[in-house]
Design a protein around this ligand. Structure first.
Ligand code: FAD
Ligand code: ZN
Length: 473
């Protein structure tokens, strides 16, 4: 179908209102990704204000043979939420769908529209004395729709699960422009295939999420945070085992940060605290407790004392106040920003059985150092979930852009071969988008890939929803 641009724009304006169809002027805030790695070009950015308008936009696109790229906060890291460079795709921004539809305290559930910013959902829960436990460094701008479409993880997965595990129900606009009302606060519903779980993690390729019912939890009475210095990854894993045994479900965060990752934070954000002397590995532990502060601190100090005696840690510090606690988290959450200030690097978001992490780091560090003398590793992540952001930076003084262009394939092969050998996954939480599309095609089982294609074909037979993302078109 040849594109009649003005007729298509008129149909989109009729669907979403003329003020909400941007087809001229600077649209780079939507067309380029957060890292500025991909720069697409859209026919228009369309910003509907309701589910009915989203459905009307999808039908208008179908009538004019246009494909759509859904977008929330545009914080995704795999190029899944930005258009290609054809100038024919509609960028569908969900940002105006940002209402809290309801909160059911007795059922511990909140129903929000897809464009609600994650932090706003956390605040809506807190206003009722409850907590929405999804938490990640992009929470000030990422949206619930994007979190669900990427099945986001973050820093609390260890205790509360990822976005999928926090979702009870969805409202979705299908590729045909119909609305599936699957909003439900039910904990149990075995009435056939789980449609909700198909859409979660589908990165905008199967349907457009317009609203969701999410799990809330009671607010903990006390949250305590500590930093511990470890000599090796193996010691960090042993500390995790000990912390699990001692704190049980009270252990809500366990992050590991390599020395170079913290060096970058110190270099680019010198105003941030550095409460422990430099260590090869620094672990941030968080404990949430339904009892009071004093018991929580006591338990934490006993754990750290024991770890010190066993030689698992070299030093530790427990935050004295909520403010200090937030300061420690701030350091951890500044790593992504610090590394982007340092220049582009080759990013990995890998999952491994926790028990395999020490071997992975030892083997892969050595293989990379042999292949690229002087290579620098920004290794940090959610060790409690076996999820590392194992990012590879050019040797000091090297040109970051050139390094990425020339060495990405070689580096990925070293890293992903090791991940595969040790039973891991090449995407723990960021998704596939366009960044890992070819990698999953080469590495995932042919049976799994064929089933994925059949699901895509069944739900989006004309390939209108985010084509050529996740699976090659
Ligand atoms: P977008 O970037 O807008 O879109 C992401 C994908 O979802 C795209 O494929 C898009 O097409 C699709 N999509 C968006 N909205 C919808 C919708 N309503 N319906 C259907 N499809 C949709 N991720 C983690 O998992 N854990 C982390 O700890 C983490 N930390 C981060 C830290 C920083 C500083 C940054 C910049 C990113 C981080 N991310 C992390 C990645 C990112 O924040 C998450 O993937 C987030 O969930 C994306 O939400 P978004 O609204 O910005 O989605
Ligand atoms: Zn992460």
């Amino acid at each position: 179908m040849s594109l009649d641009r003005s007729a298509a724009l008129a149909a989109l304006a009729a669907a979403a209102g003329p003020d909400h169809v941007l087809s001229a002027g600077d649209r780079s805030a939507w067309e380029a990704d957060w890292r500025r790695r991909w720069h697409g070009r859209s026919l228009a950015v369309v910003r509907p204000g309701s589910t009915a308008e989203v459905a009307a936009v999808v039908r208008a696109c179908a009538a004019h043979g246009l494909s759509l790229v859904p977008q929330g906060g545009n914080t995704g890291l795999v190029g899944g939420g930005v258009p290609d460079d054809s100038g024919t795709q509609v960028l569908l921004s969900l940002q105006r769908l940002n209402r809290v539809r309801g909160l059911d305290a007795a059922n511990l559930a909140i129903t929000v529209e897809a464009g609600c910013v994650l932090q706003a959902v956390q605040e809506a829960a807190a206003a009722q004395g409850l907590m929405f436990p999804l938490s990640l460094a992009a929470e000030g701008s990422c949206t619930i729709g994007g979190n669900l479409a990427t099945n986001a993880g973050g820093t609390q997965v260890l205790r509360y699960g990822n976005a999928r595990e926090l979702c009870l129900g969805l409202e979705v606009v299908t590729a045909d422009g119909e609305v599936w009302d699957g909003l439900s606060g039910l904990r149990k519903d075995n009435t056939g295939y789980d449609l909700r779980d198909l859409f979660i993690g589908s990165e905008g390729t199967l349907g457009i999420i317009t609203a969701a019912t999410m799990v809330l939890v009671p607010q903990p009475a006390a949250i305590t945070t500590a930093l511990a210095a470890c000599a090796s990854v193996r010691d960090s894993v042993a500390l995790l085992e000990l912390a699990r045994a001692r704190l049980g479900a009270g252990l809500t965060g366990f992050e590991m940060m390599g020395r170079f990752a913290l060096d970058l934070v110190a270099r680019h954000f010198p105003q941030l605290p550095a409460p422990l002397p430099q260590a090869a590995w620094t672990v941030l532990l968080e404990q949430s407790d339904s009892e009071g502060e004093a018991q929580a601190r006591h338990r934490f100090e006993a754990l750290l004392g024991d770890a010190l005696e066993r030689g698992l840690i070299q030093d530790a510090v427990v935050a004295e106040s909520l403010q200090q606690s937030q300061g420690l988290w701030h350091v951890r959450e500044s790593i992504p920003l610090a590394q982007s200030q340092e220049g582009l690097n080759i990013k990995h978001d890998i999952a491994l059985p926790v028990s395999a992490v020490p071997d992975f780091v030892a083997q892969t560090d050595a293989a990379l150092a042999a292949a690229i003398p002087g290579v620098r590793l920004v290794n940090f992540g959610h060790l409690g979930d076996g999820n590392l952001h194992y990012n590879v930076q050019a040797p000091a003084g090297g040109d970051a852009k050139r390094f990425l262009a020339e060495r990405e394939h070689e580096v990925n092969t070293i890293v992903y071969d090791a991940v595969q050998r040790l039973g891991g996954s090449i995407s723990a939480e960021h998704g596939v988008g366009q960044l890992k599309r070819e990698e999953i095609a080469a590495r995932k089982s042919p049976v799994a890939l064929a089933l994925m294609r059949r699901v895509k074909q069944a739900l989006d037979p004309h390939n209108r929803l985010n084509p050529n993302r996740v699976l090659a078109a």
